[in-house]
Design a protein around this ligand. Sequence first.
Ligand SMILES: C[S@@+](CC[C@H](N)C(=O)[O-])C[C@H]1O[C@@H](n2cnc3c(N)ncnc32)[C@H](O)[C@@H]1O
Length: 431
Amino acid sequence: MNFISAMRCRLDNVFENVLFYGKCLGFDLKPDLLACDYVRCNDFTKNFEIDDSSFFIGDNLSHLTTLANTFRETVDLCYIDPPYNTGNKFLYNDSRKGECEGFFGIHNSWMRFMLPRLALAKEIMKRSGVIAISIDDNEFAYLKIIMDTVFGGCNFIGTIVVCRSKNGKGSNKNIAPTHEYLLVYGKSDESKLYGNQDDSNVYDKKDIHGSYKVDGLFRKKGEASLRSDRPNMYYPLYSNPITGEVSVNASPGLIEVFPVDSKGVERRWLWSKETARMRSWQLYSSKKNVIYVKNYSTEGKRIKIRTFWDNAEFYTEKATNEITQIFGNKIFDTPKPLGFIKAIIDSMAKPDAVILDFFAGSGTTAHAAALLNAIDNGSRKTILIENNTDIPVSHIAYKNGFNKISDITNARLEKIHGQNESFKYSVYKNN
Ligand SMILES: C[S@@+](CC[C@H](N)C(=O)[O-])C[C@H]1O[C@@H](n2cnc3c(N)ncnc32)[C@H](O)[C@@H]1O
C-alpha cells in the first residue's frame, strides 16, 4: 500500500467513526464531511511540527480532519469555548437555532455543527487525554448528549460551575444567570486530571514529620464500613486528648476509643491494628477523642478539583479588560479571562501538555499556556484553529485594522512573542 492510499484508508476509518456517532443521534453527516476542505488542509501538515503555538487558519472541520488523519493521539488536553448559540450578534455566527426538526428540535443544527468536530477532536486526543468545554444553559443539555454519545457516559469526569459575574447578565424573565459550565470528559479510563495545586496555608499544624491538617476521620464511612465487614479492623485505640497522641496500647490516663459512630453503630477503623501500631504517629486525637489521620503537606502536592469555581479573576469583565489592555480597544466580543484558562490548563494537564483549542477566538489559550510556562518552566504547546471570517466594517475590530477574526488570534500570538522572544509560533493558512 503506498503512502496516499494508506492515508486514504486511515481517513476512511476516521470518517466512519464520525458517521457512526452521527447516526447514533440521527444525523447523516456525509454531506458535512464531503464539503470540508481537508484535502487542501492536508498540505499544511506535511512540514508540521508542533511549535510553542501552531495556528491553523480556516474552518475547524477541515483542519480537525487533517489533524485526525496525521496527528492521531497527540493531544493531552483539549479546551474549547464554542459558540453558545445565544442568538446574539457577535463577530462570529452564534445563531444556529434552525427550524424545529428532527429529534432535538431547534437544537438540531447546533448539535449537527458540534458533533463531527468533537468526534474528530477525540481522534486527535491521546488515550489519556481530557477535554473541557465551556458552555451555558442554551446548549448545556444537548452538549451533554453529544459528549455521552461520542466520548461515552463512562468517561464523563464532571461538570464545573463557573461564576462569570456577580450580578448576572441578560434580561431573561426574572432570573439573571451568574454562571456557566465547564463540561469535562476523558477519552478513556486512562484519562486523569492533574489536580489543583494544594494551598500550603491550610496545613495549620506541625510535628517532626512536617506540616499537616486534620480533615479525615480514621473511622471508615460509607460502603463496607461496619464492624461485621472487617472484624479485625474493630479494636480499641487509646487517645491522649491533651497532646493529641494516639496509641494501640492502653496506659493510665489514656481514653479508650472504639470506631462507633454518633448513632451508636459499630463501624471499623481504616487500618488493621498492626498498621495502626506502626503508623500511630500519623493519627491524631481531638479534644473530644475523635481520631483522625494527619494529612501532610508535600512538595508539589495536587488535590481534587472542586466543582464550583468562584474567583473574581474568572469573571467576564476581567477578560474584557485584558483584551482592552492588550489591543487598546474591546476588539473581541467574548474572550475568556486568562486566569480562568490558566486554572483549567494548570489543573487538568501536566506542564508538558499539548493543548488543542479549535475555537481559538482571541487566542487566550495560547497566551495562558505561555504565561504558565514562564511561571513553572513548563513546555506546554498549543494548537489553535480559528476561522478566517470577515469582520464587518462597522465593527470596532475592523476600525482597529483587523479584517478577519483570525487576524486577531494572529495578533495575540505576535504580542506573546513580543513579550517573550523565545516563544515560537507558526501559522498555517490556505490561500
Ligand atoms: C466563543 S469564541 C472563543 C473565544 C476564545 N475562548 C477567547 O478567549 O477569545 C468562539 C470562536 O470560535 C470561532 N469559530 C466558530 N466556528 C468556527 C469554525 N467552524 N471554525 C473555526 N473557528 C470557528 C469563532 O470565530 C469564535 O472566534
